[in-house]
Design a protein around this ligand. Structure first.
Ligand SMILES: [Fe+2]
Length: 574
């Protein structure tokens, strides 16, 4: 039984395919179209479906769209349709904001937004781009195959079902779903039970997004930059943010709508230089997020008395907040879905439908890595390299020779195996460098054309993690920060953030053998089991997907070498 998962309502559009409980493929649309996050999260773009990601999933399964048994879409329009559900004649005002009828809806944009979602089955069958006809031509709009899954159930399932736990408390921290913005579940076996939820307009995610905009960044995209900025600030505006967020004893909270310009002054424009004030705003926001979520997590622990916690929703990508939960609650184990943002809801929706339909024969899939995207064989890669006439040579021992290049302080593009699902590059589409020289952070930010304040993150051999980072063990998805150990701090200065933390990825050989072997070989040469790992892209671009993307990025950016499958491309030294 094939179940196709689709996320498309807001942004980070994505698809995945599951065959009888086993994940076969998952990918974000942005990697194929080069439009970051797939699209902007506005009602005008809701009709856009992740055709390329769906096509890729069908290709891996080697089936046509008509062969799919279920299509799980990670948003349930009927929650918002209310009394309009089942009525084929809702009207779409020409200018929603001017419509008097808009009062019937939660938002004046809902008729437009929801009609796009209700019509998604027809759009999937008919709206595919011409070059994808092999998997789509003749597709039927079969409504009975289509399952709308509540957005927060999709997030919660993505956090719980692939986790290692039989029983777990689950917290979804999101911008928004249909109505819910934060929700709490208890997961047991193959089932989830809703405990409570916070509804719109009160949303920690939307508050963080609004401050992201105020600081001159792109909301629903650059929130991680605000988190990085926070380390440089002081808690000057703590009281201001505390006044905006009121937390109760039952997992509920309220957020006061606020005019930031009244409190903080004029918003920063995109290219304005940063001032201390902006660092302080980011810092204060981050602190209030942490203390609020801590209260919510403590309430959830009391309610469930369960030692395992699963997290999802875009806010769960905040690795500093995750570390605060790890260090200050009674939860003993935490698992965060690596695609915690909306892309992961495609996976959650599909797993949920699959689990519901195959109740008796269902066996949970455990997500131990996120390498579920496209890959290319050596043969395909070499054929392309020959065709492009770029100079290359084949490596005899990829790990050994690449480690030697890295030990010479060169920056390399590392392209190996199946692309990652989720926002982090984790060793399949990464830019790698040595962490030994402090100047490497600056150099990488220049190479990637990124802001100076942006930290770079380390990957460390799993067995060595505890020796280099305080209390670090298994952390394969770069979703928690750890303090760098005092006696190791001088050995890896490039990956230490200003507050002495690092957002680490641990790697073992089962997850990605070649990546593991490379770091092991680097350790043999330098004594350091750590590399800098940053995503293989340049500013504003999605992570590379194909060999063509990798080669274009390499030749138009000042990094030194590209190791693409078994092949090495190097730039001449001047
Ligand atoms: Fe979401």
């Amino acid at each position: 039984m094939y179940t196709l998962g689709i996320n498309a309502a807001f942004h980070d559009s994505s698809a995945c395919i599951i065959k009888d409980g086993r994940l076969l493929a998952a990918a974000e649309e942005e990697r194929f179209t080069h439009i970051k996050h797939g699209k902007r999260p506005v009602p005008f773009s809701t009709y856009e479906l992740p055709f390329h990601a769906v096509n890729y999933c069908l290709q891996v399964a080697d089936i046509h769209l008509n062969d799919v048994d279920n299509i799980a879409y990670s948003f349930n329009p009927y929650i918002l349709l209310g009394k309009h559900a089942g009525n084929p004649e809702i009207s779409l005002p020409l200018q929603p904001q001017l419509s008097t009828k808009s009062k019937e809806w939660n938002s004046e944009w809902d008729p437009l937004f929801l009609s796009f979602i209700v019509n998604a089955p027809g759009q999937l069958a008919d709206g595919y781009p011409h070059h994808l006809q092999k998997r789509f031509a003749g597709a039927k709009t079969e409504i009975n195959k289509w399952r709308f899954v509540d957005h927060h159930i999709a997030h919660a399932v993505s956090a719980f079902l692939p986790s290692p736990y039989k029983r777990a408390a689950v917290m979804v921290l999101d911008g928004r779903g249909e109505k819910a913005t934060t929700s709490y579940y208890i997961g047991e076996g193959n089932d989830l039970k809703l405990l409570s939820q916070v509804n719109m307009p009160h949303s920690l995610g939307l508050l963080y997004e609004a401050v992201t905009t105020h600081l001159g960044f792109l909301h629903s995209s650059d929130e991680y930059k605000v988190m990085a900025l926070a380390s440089y600030g002081k808690p000057v505006y703590l009281d201001a943010f505390r006044k905006m967020v009121e937390v109760y004893d039952d997992g509920q909270y309220k957020i006061e709508g606020t005019d930031f310009e009244k409190i903080f002054g004029k918003r920063r424009l995109r290219n304005d230089p940063f001032t201390q004030k902006q660092f302080d705003i980011a810092h204060s926001l981050q602190k209030v997020l942490e203390e609020t979520v801590l209260k919510l997590a403590n309430w959830l622990y009391e309610k469930t008395q369960c030692e395992n916690l699963c997290l999802a929703g875009g806010v769960a990508l905040n690795c500093v907040m995750n570390a605060v939960i790890r260090d200050n609650t009674a939860f003993k184990n935490i698992w965060v879905q690596p695609a915690a943002g909306d892309s992961g809801t495609a996976l959650g929706a599909a797993l949920w439908v699959d689990a519901q339909q195959r109740k008796n024969s269902y066996e949970r899939y455990k997500m131990e890595h996120c390498y579920w995207g496209p890959d290319y064989t050596d043969e395909e890669t070499e054929q392309f390299l020959k065709w492009t006439k770029v100079p290359y040579r084949k490596l005899e021992n990829i790990a050994e020779e690449t480690a030697g290049i890295l030990a010479e302080d060169k920056v390399i593009g590392w392209y190996q195996g199946r692309m990652e699902f989720g926002p982090r590059a984790l060793g399949s589409r990464s830019i790698l460098a040595s962490p030994v020289n402090a100047s490497m952070q600056q150099r990488l930010n220049e190479i990637k054309d990124r802001e100076d304040f942006r930290p770079v993150a380390p990957v460390v051999l799993e067995e060595d993690a505890g020796d280099w980072f305080e209390d670090a063990g298994y952390s394969p998805f770069m979703l928690f920060v750890y303090n760098v150990k005092e006696d190791k701090a001088d050995k890896i200065p490039a990956v230490r953030h200003v507050d002495n933390t690092a957002r680490i990825q641990t790697i073992n050989r089962n997850q990605h053998p070649l990546y593991y072997d490379l770091i092991k070989a680097f350790k043999k040469k330098t004594g350091v089991p750590v590399l800098i790992n940053t995503s293989f892209n340049t500013r504003g671009e999605p992570i590379v997907c194909t060999p063509r993307d990798a080669i274009e990025c390499f030749w138009t950016s000042p990094f030194d070498a590209l190791v693409i499958n078994s092949f090495l491309l190097e730039k001449e030294r001047s």
